[in-house]
Design a protein around this ligand. Structure first.
Ligand SMILES: O=C[C@H](O)[C@H](O)[C@H](O)COP(=O)(O)O
Length: 223
């Protein structure tokens, strides 16, 4: 199976984690696109109903609406049973690096509303230690140079993602050269640097379940 087929596999598997009749939290990315399509198919076939979705990006909102799935504002719900999203990296404890698609801030907001984060990913995303994938950080534009110097003190090289403006009007720094051995401490530290909107380490909002697609099918990891 190629990577696209693995994404479709885990996208379909994630539908089983949606509680019928409820509002579902929806992440962003190519794997989530597969989930949205599988969710729409399950609804069309009468296997499931949903009261709607809270979306983490304009991209996912458009795809959900194209399928006729109602999109609610995050402010319209007080909580969600489940949030389903991909990751750029996930470790053996469910900590993730996210934001390759620049949606990390809204993803963290919607994930924080949910009782359970179900991560869907192909097996290449599983790592021992976070940091090989360039770490996305959403920032206030005027802080770019200052934050670049600050990441250098941690051994990181930050590069501004050219031409990218997030759904919130922020910019993205991608930071290479980091080895994130304590994700919770790293997230807490970087989050309070002035100019940082959201750091792409998800430790406080880590996954409770990961559906990992590999040669042998879907492996379910629980944390
Ligand atoms: O901002 C984007 C998100 O964090 C994605 O969930 C992440 O980049 C994984 O995306 P994909 O499923 O396309 O690999």
């Amino acid at each position: 199976m190629n990577q696209d087929q693995l994404k479709q596999l885990v996208g379909r598997a994630a539908v089983d984690y949606v509680t019928s009749g409820e509002v579902v939290g929806v992440g962003t990315g190519s794997t989530v696109d597969c989930f949205i399509d599988a969710l729409a198919a399950a609804i069309a076939e009468g296997r499931l109903t949903v009261a709607g979705a809270v979306s983490s990006s304009e991209r996912s909102t458009q795809r959900l609406q194209k399928h006729g799935i109602r999109v609610l504002d995050a402010a319209e719900v007080t909580g969600l049973t489940v949030y389903i999203d991909g990751a750029d990296e996930i470790d053996g404890q469910g900590h993730m690096v996210k934001g390759g698609g620049a949606a990390l801030t809204r993803e963290k907001i919607v994930a924080d509303l949910a009782d359970r984060f179900v991560c869907i990913a192909d097996a290449s995303k599983l790592v021992q230690t976070l940091g090989k994938f360039p770490l996305p950080v959403e920032i206030i534009p005027m802080a770019a140079a200052q934050l670049t110097r600050r990441f250098a003190t941690l051994g990181g090289t930050a590069t501004l993602r050219a031409g990218v403006v997030t759904d919130n009007g922020g910019h993205i720094l991608d930071v290479t050269g980091l080895s994130i051995t304590d994700p919770a401490a790293f997230e807490a530290e970087v989050n309070q640097w002035p100019g940082v909107v959201t750091v792409g380490v998800f430790a406080r909002n880590k996954a409770q379940v990961c559906l990992l697609g590999g040669a042998d099918g879907v492996q379910t990891l629980t944390f």
